[in-house]
Design a protein around this ligand. Structure first.
Ligand SMILES: [Zn+2]
Length: 165
């Protein structure tokens, strides 16, 4: 049995597959919205729009994030020490350990961190430093700056500088 539909012009029962209505000659066109592929395309378009608007949302967030980062990088130091800086001593020296983040917005081919070392009276008695190559943008570096402290005089330290290029 062929599927029977009503002619959209004269309301006669006609075969769904008929190209024209046998009674009135009107073209038997399925209404646009009854074609399955119309809905398939609509679904695909909606999915694309939804996902691209999702991406746009993410991109927008990212741009906002970048904007914030730009603002922050003005406020934030190019090279930021994250968390605590600790020190250890052995018979040869003092080791100052911590984590430095590269906020400069680019890869650093070379980075050096330097600490001033002081004795108990506040006299500077040396420096401790560490360096690294190829610290990536936003990368973090666990540094271990070593200073000579053969006499065991180092009582305190202070970050002197971070240089990089
Ligand atoms: Zn008809």
């Amino acid at each position: 049995m062929p599927k029977i539909i009503k002619c959209s012009v004269c309301n006669e029962d006609i075969a769904a597959s008929a190209k024209i209505c046998p009674k009135c000659g009107a073209k038997n066109k399925k209404p646009f919205y009854k074609k399955w592929w119309v809905w398939a395309i609509v679904v695909v378009i909606v999915a694309i729009v939804a996902s691209s608007s999702g991406n746009e949302g993410t991109t927008t967030t990212g741009e906002n994030g970048n904007g914030t980062t730009t603002v922050e990088s003005v406020k934030k130091e190019k090279y930021e020490i994250i968390g605590d800086v600790t020190s250890e001593k052995d018979a040869f020296g003092v080791y100052i350990k911590g984590t430095l983040k590269n906020n400069s917005g680019r890869d650093c081919s070379y980075l050096q961190i330097t600490f001033n070392l002081y004795d108990g009276e506040g006299n500077q008695i040396g420096t401790a430093f560490d360096n690294i190559n190829n610290l990536e943008k936003d990368g973090t570096w666990k540094f271990k700056a070593m200073g000579i402290d053969a006499d065991g005089e180092v009582a305190s330290f202070k970050l002197a500088e971070v240089t990089g290029f």
